[in-house]
Design a protein around this ligand. Sequence first.
Ligand code: B16
Ligand code: MG
Length: 213
Amino acid sequence: KAKAILFDLDGVLTDTSEYHYQAWKQLADEEGIPLTKEENDAHLRGVGRRDSLMYIIRGRNYSEEQIQDMMKRKNDYYNKLIEKMSPSEVVPGGKELLQEIRQAGLKSAVASASKNCRIVLERLQIIDLFDGIADGNSVVNGKPAPDIFVFAAGLVGTSVIDCIGVEDADAGVEAIKTAGMYALGVGPKERFKRADKVVPTMENVRLRDILAD
Ligand code: B16
Ligand code: MG
């Protein structure tokens, strides 16, 4: 019996994963480094800022100063892209789902790798619908490490075995499974190695769809 639902943000509750990709793509283009959408999905989706950059520049020589500068540039591009976000960019039915979870007496939390998580939740006007928010500032080890999901479970006072984690990234599903939780993957089936269940999108997903085996 699930007692809490822990949601990844980017790519689950809203399509900011596309903005992250566009921002990385702009940086990679400027550096003359090839980066495809397929590589993004396989290696960058759900992965934190520094780890993402380390994948992009792998095998190339950059100083720590240049690395810091590139992370800042990417974040500036991303912030430009999310500047005009509005509540219309919550996945259709997303707000209703969060209200339904509350009405059912279950807890909900965000477990996002993003340091921009709170800004996005505020722009979407859904921040008040969560009982806890774990973001890129909460833990040291990023997904696929389980830390962010374990931290989110603690925020809502729920044991990991009573939590369902929802993720669009394979690294995120790995994190959920390693945390000992039930994992709902969002996206194409082939993307996930260990998801307990997969839905193609969160569009109009209801609580009963999440709870049903
Ligand atoms: P930031 P999630 C992740 O958020 C994104 O999926 C990933 O693309 C991004 O690199 C990471 O957050 C860090 O984001 O640069 O804003 O700190 O999917 O875990 O909600
Ligand atoms: Mg995600």
